[in-house]
Write a new protein. Structure first.
Length: 152
């Protein structure tokens, strides 16, 4: 498979990862809103207030997750497939002796064409090490050296 096709598939799977997370969080918010409305209808004193407080905390947590999802979408929107560089940047695929990385968002392991890739954020520990690297450079992560073989 051509490198551009691999990049597009990695991007597509990262986008699907973000969309799935967004859907899950929206379902949680919807469920919590329904539960909150039902809590309002009953009035069981302290138990009622505790239940409402717990639901409010869940709603706040879900809102923070939505903000993170929005940030991931912004990062994905910045990826430019036409940009070719011999230095690792947002949207690069970095092939090392140990693993292959897609600098984008933290979406974990993605398999494309029977090959494993790790979608990592440029702000993650490994992403920070890879960012700006060139072919044949070596990074040390968790005490293990990774030689950059190819960047596309």
């Amino acid at each position: 498979m051509l490198q551009i096709k691999i990049k597009q598939e990695l991007f597509k799977q990262c986008k699907a990862f973000v969309n799935k997370r967004a859907q899950t969080v929206e379902e949680i918010i919807s469920s919590n809103q329904k539960a909150l409305q039902s809590e309002m209808k009953s009035s069981a004193g302290d138990k009622h207030e505790t239940g409402r407080a717990m639901l409010q905390l869940e709603m706040e947590k879900a809102s923070q997750q939505l903000e993170g999802i929005s940030q991931m979408n912004e990062i994905l929107a910045k990826i430019d497939f036409s940009e070719a560089s011999n230095k690792a940047h947002l949207g690069s695929i970095i092939f090392t002796e140990k693993s292959n990385y897609f600098l984008s968002i933290s979406a974990g392991q993605i398999i494309v064409d029977c090959q494993k890739y790790f979608a990592v954020s440029v702000s993650s520990p490994i992403g920070k090490l890879l960012l700006g690297k060139s072919e044949n450079e070596v990074i040390s992560f968790n005490g293990i050296d990774h030689k950059v073989l190819k960047i596309s």
